[in-house]
Design a protein around this ligand. Sequence first.
Ligand code: NAP
Ligand code: F7E
Length: 326
Amino acid sequence: MATKTALITGITGQDGAYLSQLLLEKGYRVCGVSPRRSTSDVNLSRLEWLGIRDDVELFDGDLSDLGSLIRIFEACHPDEIYNLGAQSFVQTSWSQPVLTGQVTGIGAVNLLEAMRILAPEARFYQASTSEMYGLIQEPRQSETTPFYPRSPYAAAKLYAHWMTVNYRESFGLHASSGILFNHESPLRGLEFVTRKVTDGVARIKLGLASELRLGNIDAKRDWGHARDYVRAMWLMLQQDVPDDYVIATGVTTTVRDMCRIAFEYAGLDMERHVVIDPKFYRPAEVDVLLGNPDKAQAALGWQAETSLEEMIREMVDADLARLGGR
Ligand code: NAP
Ligand code: F7E
């Protein structure tokens, strides 16, 4: 008999899959919101990769459809709600700004409304993001650093972030936001730069490709492992008092150096294969992000456990295995 029920939006994404695995290990009943897609076999691939496809309950629904969320609340009676669903690719947010606002911004409010009406005693996690710092106002970003979003995605997330704070303060909901810096894994979408690089390296190593086309490789990010970061989400909801926390490693690295780690691990020379393609430049770039996770360490006892090197090696190995090389 499960002790608690968790409801996860974005259960088919990278974080949703790892969080489901963690919660199942802890004995939770795990329910997920599953938006309609034409290819159900594709969006279940991460849950299948972790071997937990049949251990979670999926409910048809969409963050942009409040009625569907209400029906899901009535069916699964969640104790904990994790809002991970989003249009999460920054580049796409310039070509689909309205959809990004509706899903990533308003979608969070739809979920908060469903909770306020049907499950006010539940606990709520909002997937906020370091992208909200955008044009950084302090060299190390903490919970008190002012925000300056630089993309439609970041602006939508900032709205969702403040609405989470507002529902906490207005209605007394146990609603917390994790301001997570970039986190990656073998389950990362292929369009994001780490996975694009590790997949590209594997293809070059196996003779399936000869070049890798990238955009601004001078950008710097604070990269951690998704498996470590979903643990922080759960810890936030176990606290007596809801709050907001930065989750980061405290180390920043250029895309160029991250790329070099991947190529060198595969025994390849990155200079021979990387081609800069302005197609991947963004209308407005976030040049550098560096998180200060001191509050999470002190209050949650959380810290990142996986180094960038370890994570990139795991991702290259997974891509080589997927593509049939090892
Ligand atoms: P992801 O892999 O892109 O997953 C996004 C999830 O949202 C998928 O399950 C997707 O479903 C779902 N989704 C998309 N549109 C939806 C809609 N209209 N209704 C309901 N669900 C919808 O993202 P992630 O990397 O796991 O990130 C999880 C969350 O954390 C996201 O909110 C992201 O913005 C945020 N975040 C991520 C990072 C990071 O570095 N990974 C850092 C900070 C914050 P389909 O599979 O069907 O498309
Ligand atoms: O880009 C540069 C790019 O797309 C990282 C999302 O999970 O983390 C993610 O957003 C950097 C940028 O992640 C390519 O210009 C260079 O400076 O991997 P990314 P992101 O934009 O930081 C935050 C925390 C989120 O919340 C988001 O949901 O890498 N870059 N060349 C490239 N980026 C991509 N994608 N592709 C390139 O070819």
